[in-house]
Design a protein around this ligand. Structure first.
Ligand SMILES: Nc1ncnc2c1ncn2[C@@H]1O[C@H](COP(=O)(O)OP(=O)(O)OP(=O)(O)O)[C@@H](O)[C@H]1O
Ligand SMILES: [Zn+2]
Length: 773
């Protein structure tokens, strides 16, 4: 007991000299501050006692322990008089100077505290406090209030053998190593060399004091390897032995194994929650439907806005009537379809139609796309479907529109794309929900697709999407009406001829036509025109179908000249064959990736059949370009590759499909796959005999060569016109039919030649603009 007898408290710095217990501590590498005090200070520990000071101090922010120690040890510390009341001076590095004499003042510890460093960051403070609390918990865990002796293994065994140990509680630490605590009865004289650890305690416990007097049991602790010898000694000692499984292992497990994991999970959860909230979606919204609801007054699409789809409108009007007044239909027991499938090419106005139905009926419009159901996680789609129907049911009567239903409604049995759990579940949920609509009223499901052929048959059976409304590509009249609708939105001048535009846009969908009008307006704006002209409309049309003109594309003079003759060749053959589709314009301005130059012919109306003579004229015109190259340059180029492709296709169809060959007769040879993604020139599925196959090949070649020869003859006859036209093209780049007629001194074709025509098809040189026959 160092300095204890002097009656006042001495604080010793452990890094001091080797003398005394402090030195002992240093040698062992332990950091402990030993304090002893007057024995009468044992009861209760007032907040301002030295021990209390340390607790208070430890709440302050110190960067590290040495800072804390410096602060603490170099400062005079006042202890209230009733607890020894002396001013203490820590003797940092000055062990030779014992504590200073008190200077009499009795400053409150608070005065010291006020000088403690302050940190501005509250968060750091909180963390530090938490850390210190944890650290002190661990640190003080081993300090009892009383003095505890520490026995080495041999010492423990000796005391066991001498039966001094009264009780011991051994806990497995790891393997066979155990830590033990217990009580022993010290022999009357300190005969044994005891390695003591003067443990920090503000005062001696009563017990320790009594034990010092020799009558009572003392506390000890030890750390031993559990050997057979030890086991035997424990048994023989007669001590009260308790052996416990490793519970510090449990805490280690919690602290080292579980806590970091929990922290990591906590962080991840915290951040993902924040992100989800930032993206406007809670974690729980995952299975919620993404359907958007548009109230009827915001829809503003009426049947009048949908042009050229009279039949579809007629069919769908029934649904409008039902939605307006479902009860009327129920009174007469009418069965209204629960679902209606709108089928049509992209951009034919399916969405528009669905919106118009909701708007006309004055009901809310729920819209969702089939692909919104498809998620990475199985079951999400299905729960979204359920949620969507739930929402719809809360808003009856209403219209539910599922765009691109083929994304989920694909046949479950088709081999295409293989099995897909998620999609099947979604589809099943949809089927179930549609069945569930039976008992309820006022929800009508409209779905749109352009692939009705791939839909699951279960979707199409009665009671689901049993009704189909077809939105076809508009015909010439439809196109005219659609143009009327969209032209209203732009400013046009008198030159615009919508009839011509309708005629020259076969295959255009409503969306294409809307786009055309918009493009025309943009063009007019670019050239600072007040209003859109016919030239703008035509330019916009060509841009929509073939891409932008590429005037900047670098073309050599030779290539330009070649293109001019080639196009002039197409144009002349078209002019001189009365069955050919009437010429519309010729250009040698390259456009997009599509072509270097093009000859446009313009059918007078949409035609659904073509005659043999017309097909032959088409073939002849197609070969006009190649023939011109031959005649003028005496060489042929790759520029005619798509012409040749087109020619071969017509020839094969004439022989094998249309029965137009006298030699092979009206027989269908082979099966031409009709799948849009398969090529038409794939080998026919049901094969023909080798002899017939050869005959077919010969016939196709004969027809093609005949077309080529006719083109040659035509151009040879009109060689001067070919020259004139090519030169004019080189000069002006684009010639309309009127300009060509003027140039060649021809009379314009009368309008009533009575030739049913096909499509506007540029006989291009380098492109792939293939349109149906
Ligand atoms: N019959 C039409 N009358 C007027 N405008 C039309 C017509 N068809 C299409 N449009 C125009 O085309 C645009 C696109 O149409 P919509 O989105 O309805 O096509 P869709 O058939 O649903 O296409 P997708 O199959 O690609 O979804 C419409 O906003 C409208 O401007
Ligand atoms: Zn060509």
């Amino acid at each position: 007991m160092d300095a204890g007898s002097s009656g006042f408290t001495v604080l010793r710095r452990f890094s001091g000299g080797n003398r005394g217990p402090a030195g002992e501590e240093r040698r062992r590498g332990r950091r402990k501050v030993s304090v002893s005090g007057p024995s009468d200070a044992g009861n209760g520990c007032p907040a301002d006692c030295l021990y209390g000071m340390r607790r208070v101090a430890s709440k302050r922010v110190f960067r590290n322990e040495s800072e804390y120690m410096n602060r603490f040890l170099n400062r005079p510390i006042r202890v209230p008089a009733e607890y020894g009341g002396e001013e203490l001076r820590a003797m940092a590095g000055r062990d030779d100077k014992p504590g200073r004499e008190p200077k009499g003042g009795r400053r409150e510890p608070a005065a010291d505290r006020s000088r403690m460093p302050q940190r501005s960051s509250r968060a750091a403070l909180v963390w530090l406090i938490l850390f210190l609390a944890l650290a002190s918990l661990l640190l003080f865990k081993n300090y009892g209030p009383a003095k505890v002796r520490e026995f080495s293994q041999s010492e423990f065994e000796t005391r066991l053998a001498e039966k001094q140990i009264r009780s011991v509680e051994l806990t497995y630490e790891n393997g066979m190593v155990m830590v033990g605590e217990g009580r022993y009865k010290a022999p009357a004289a300190a005969s044994l060399p005891v390695t003591t650890t003067p443990v920090q305690a503000p005062r001696e416990s009563e017990e320790a004091v009594k034990s010092a007097a020799g009558g009572e049991l003392e506390l000890f602790k030890t750390r031993v390897v559990y050997t057979d010898e030890l086991s035997r000694l424990l048994k023989e000692s007669g001590a009260n032995v308790i052996i416990r499984p490793n519970n510090s292992g449990f805490w280690n497990f919690i602290l080292i194994g579980v806590l970091p994991l929990l922290l990591v999970i906590g962080f991840i959860y915290f951040f993902s929650m924040r992100q989800m909230r930032a993206s406007g979606r809670g974690a729980m919204d995952f299975g919620k439907s993404k359907a958007r609801m548009i109230p009827p007054d915001e829809l503003n699409v009426h049947f009048d806005d949908i042009a050229g789809a009279d039949e579809a409108k007629e069919e769908i009007r029934e649904i409008v009537d039902y939605l307006k007044d479902p009860l009327r239909f129920q009174l007469v027991g009418g069965q209204i379809p629960k679902g209606c499938l709108i089928v049509g090419e992209p951009g034919t106005g399916k969405t528009l139609m669905a919106k118009a139905v909701a708007c006309e009926a004055g009901v809310p419009f729920f819209s969702i796309s089939g692909s919104d159901f498809v998620e990475m996680f199985v079951g999400v789609g299905a729960s979204r479907v359920r949620d969507m129907f739930e929402q719809a049911r809360k808003n009856t009567p209403c219209l539910l529109f599922i765009d691109e239903i083929d994304a989920v409604g694909r046949s479950r049995f088709s081999g295409w794309g293989g099995g897909h759990d998620e999609r099947e579940q979604t589809l099943n949920a949809m089927l179930v929900e549609m069945d569930g609509l039976e008992s309820r009223t006022g929800v009508i499901v409209l779905a749109a697709t352009n692939r009705p052929d791939v839909l699951d048959p279960a979707l199409l059976r009665p009671g689901r999407f049993d009704r189909q409304v077809v939105m076809d590509l508009p015909d010439i009249v439809g196109r005219r009406q659609i143009l009327d609708v969209h032209v209203k939105k732009i400013k046009t001048d008198a030159s615009v001829d919508l009839d011509v535009m309708a005629r020259t846009t076969p295959g255009f969908s409503g969306a294409d036509l809307a786009n055309l009008c918009n493009e025309a307006a943009l063009l007019a704006a670019r050239y600072n025109r007040e209003a859109v002209t016919q030239a703008d409309m035509e330019e916009a049309r060509d841009k929509v179908s073939y891409g932008r003109e590429r005037r900047s594309r670098r073309i050599t003079d030779r290539e330009r000249k070649l293109t001019a003759y080639h196009e002039a060749g197409h144009a002349l053959v078209a002019l001189h064959n009365r069955y050919a589709t009437p010429l519309h314009k010729v250009t040698i301005i390259p456009r997009g990736q599509a072509y270097l130059g093009a000859t446009f012919s313009m059918p007078k109306e949409d035609a659904y059949t073509r005659s043999k003579l017309e097909l032959e004229a088409d073939m002849e015109m197609t070969m006009g370009g190649r023939a011109a190259e031959e005649i003028v340059i005496g060489d042929i180029t790759t520029g005619a590759s798509s012409d040749i492709n087109h020619l071969s296709r017509i020839a094969r169809l004439m022989v094998c499909m249309y029965g137009m060959s006298e030699k092979l007769g009206p027989i269908k040879y082979g099966n031409f796959p009709s799948h849009p993604h398969m090529r038409i020139d794939m080998p026919p599925e049901d094969a023909v005999s080798p002899e017939t196959a050869r005959e077919i090949d010969l016939e196709i070649r004969r027809i093609s060569e005949r077309a080529m020869q006719s083109a040659r003859d035509c151009l040879n006859t009109h060689r001067d016109e070919l020259e004139k036209l090519a030169q004019a093209l080189l000069e002006r780049e684009t010639l309309s039919i009127d300009e060509i007629n003027e140039l060649l001194g021809r009379k314009p074709e009368p309008d009533d030649t009575g030739r049913p025509e096909t499509t506007l098809r540029p006989t291009e040189d380098d492109g792939t603009a293939e349109q149906g026959l």
